[in-house]
Design a protein around this ligand. Structure first.
Ligand SMILES: Nc1ncnc2c1ncn2[C@@H]1O[C@H](COP(=O)(O)OP(=O)(O)OP(=O)(O)O)[C@@H](O)[C@H]1O
Length: 355
């Protein structure tokens, strides 16, 4: 999805956003921070299509969008369960599937007052939980959350983090706002700040962040602490017999996989001076890296180097751009123009009226 030179002003008022360029790739979790009134909610409304940009355009918006606005005011007599079942049906679920999904989300978010509480009786935090649940009734290709942590109790904080990871792990993109850098750093894979209408990329986010890498087409999806293993084949000249790298538990990518697929070029084949053995570069989840090394050693490979890559996020083949295990499962730089982006489900960009 791409916001291209997006600008926004309400009527003849000041420019709230100017020249915003933003690409969002599947599997990314982007935090947008900024002070009160800086335009965060405005940007989110443009992303989901509720507000039309005054200049520029948004393309590649996924079909399924989950949106949690900053305020979810529910004056309704409907119960939480009925509301969610109704919303699920609007999104194409059968009544039974909508109820099941709603029940699951209500349980996970521990809605106080329960599923039969009328919406209008819910506290701010519990209404926020219902808003979150409605955004997740069907797996969103884009999940947009406006200050989702505000008002949530501590236990729901953890669940929200899990839900975000799950959406991203399934190849959905997530964008959320918050005032607090710490929250952004803990949950996002990339960050932006808005000030004076300009959106600027922030430096590396914190522990939950992805250190610049998306693995498209990995056999295992989700967030990983990854290790890069550079392995040298048993002997020079021969097609290296190795384990089926990507079939090993925890392997996220191995550019040249399978028997007889000797690496001849690309990132996996850079020869070392004085050693022309073929080289395989394996990106593995850290928890499995010892087992991968053991498998390599058992097949006669030797270890050139082991390097911690930090956090990476892997997305499934359907969302990759030809980087699946079948063609090598490459680790792509998390760059706006990175190949993973090409898999964004294209949709029309029919803007809807401003609220
Ligand atoms: N529908 C509207 N009509 C006119 N002005 C608006 C409208 N919506 C927002 N604004 C103005 O646009 C500016 C940005 O508002 P926005 O809600 O996007 O900021 P924000 O960064 O989300 O703020 P906060 O952190 O306080 O929620 C504010 O000055 C606000 O008053």
């Amino acid at each position: 999805m791409h916001c291209e030179a997006v600008g926004k002003r309400y009527g003849a008022g000041r420019w709230i956003l100017r020249d915003v360029d933003l690409r969002i790739a599947p599997g990314e979790v982007l935090a947008v921070t900024g002070g009160n009134g800086s335009g965060k909610s405005t940007l989110l409304r443009i992303l989901v299509g509720l507000s039309r940009p005054s200049t520029g355009r948004v393309t590649g918006r996924p079909r399924e969008i989950g949106y949690v606005p900053d305020r979810f005011t529910a004056h309704d007599r409907l119960t939480a369960a009925s509301y969610l079942a109704h919303m699920g049906r609007i999104r194409g679920l059968s009544t039974a599937a909508a109820r099941d999904r709603a029940d699951l989300l209500i349980d996970r978010l521990a809605l106080v007052g329960g599923r039969e509480a009328p919406l209008r009786t819910l506290s701010k935090g519990n209404a926020q939980k219902v808003a979150l649940a409605q955004a997740l009734l069907v797996p969103p290709g884009l999940l947009v959350l406006d200050e989702p942590w505000s008002g949530l109790d501590a236990s729901a904080h953890g669940v929200l983090g899990e839900l975000i990871d799950e959406v991203a792990g399934e190849g959905g993109a997530v964008v959320f706002t918050d005032h607090r850098e710490a929250i952004a750093a803990a949950h996002a894979t990339g960050g932006y700040a808005i000030a004076e209408g300009r959106l600027t990329r922030r430096g590396g986010p914190g522990p939950g962040a992805v250190a610049g890498v998306v693995v498209a087409g990995a056999a295992v999806v989700g967030a990983h602490e990854a290790v890069e293993l550079v392995l040298a084949a048993p002997e020079a000249g021969a097609a290296p017999a190795g384990p089926a790298w990507t079939a090993l538990p925890g392997v996220l990518s191995a550019p040249h996989d399978g028997p007889g697929s000797a690496p001849h070029d690309g990132p996996g084949s850079a020869p070392y001076a004085g050693d022309d053995r073929e080289v395989q570069v394996v990106l593995a989840d850290r928890r499995h890296s010892d087992a991968v090394l053991l498998a390599a050693l058992q097949h006669g490979w030797s270890v050139r180097s082991v390097r911690s890559v930090g956090a990476v996020r892997s997305v499934p083949p359907a969302h990759g751009a030809g980087g699946g295990p079948a063609d090598g499962g490459a680790a792509h730089p998390r760059h706006p123009d990175g190949p993973a982006l090409a898999a964004a489900r294209p949709t029309s960009d029919a803007g809807r009226a401003d609220r």
